[in-house]
Ligand binder design. Sequence first.
Ligand SMILES: C[S@@+](CC[C@H](N)C(=O)[O-])C[C@H]1O[C@@H](n2cnc3c(N)ncnc32)[C@H](O)[C@@H]1O
Length: 272
Amino acid sequence: MGNMLPRVHLWEWHDLSWFPNQARAHVMEVLAIGWMTPPLYLIDVALQQLRTVMETTGRTHVVDLCSGGGGPMIHAAKTDIKVTLTDLYPQTELWEKHALRSDGNITYKAESVSALAMPQGITGLRTLWCAFHHFRPEQATQILASAVQCGEPILIYELTRRSLVQTLFIVLGTLNVSLVFPLLGWLSMDWKSVLITYVLPLYPFIVVFDGMVSCMRTYTKAEMVAMVEKADPDGSFTWKVQEVQVRWWLPGMNMISLIGLPKSTSGIQSKA
Ligand SMILES: C[S@@+](CC[C@H](N)C(=O)[O-])C[C@H]1O[C@@H](n2cnc3c(N)ncnc32)[C@H](O)[C@@H]1O
């Protein structure tokens, strides 16, 4: 795993309640591109793991927490997977567009849903893509404990890591998406966004800052294992925390996944 940097819980701009929604939507669009950009196709690796968990548990419905722009779930819903998108700051306009094109596979909660206080009655495999690091340790543990209490499987995926190499990679990657992709027509831009990108480069600053802070806040495998022990003291779930190599030709770039399954569902050891 290499030497990890100490964890620092700074703010991310898009988490602040006063942060303009248009700017938040921009950050989410940059992230969506990050998931899908060749030649990494991070989304393929993540969705492969999602499928395995769904097959293992027999679940067909995902409740996505901290959905932002929808992340990998927009693509998962193009198959037979059904998903409910939720977020503290719901991107309802964007989600509605996705929902209309999804053949009923995408639904969403238009009201604000905190991952720390899931409303009753939303059932299904819980996912958090690129969002677990937004929570302080006790809150992150609470998210795991809530899944245990409700008997719902949970899959957590982090693209970031607290390593210098990965932080540098994320900084360069987000800067590239922010500055180059608008020129390729991959990032939607109105005149205001063009000004905020190229004249007063606030958008590049924000996405690079948030990407860097995400790395600084991401939990290590060992920290996640310690949370699992607190969240599930009776061992009613089977847990697996692992680092997944992004691509074989990119040594040092790993994603971290945490999977928790109720013990009544079998097969995690061999399949996930
Ligand atoms: C980095 S984005 C991840 C978005 C998406 N999952 C993806 O992978 O593209 C983190 C998301 O977490 C949301 N968030 C932060 N705190 C939250 C909370 N307490 N409850 C629910 N969502 C939260 C933010 O609004 C943001 O949309």
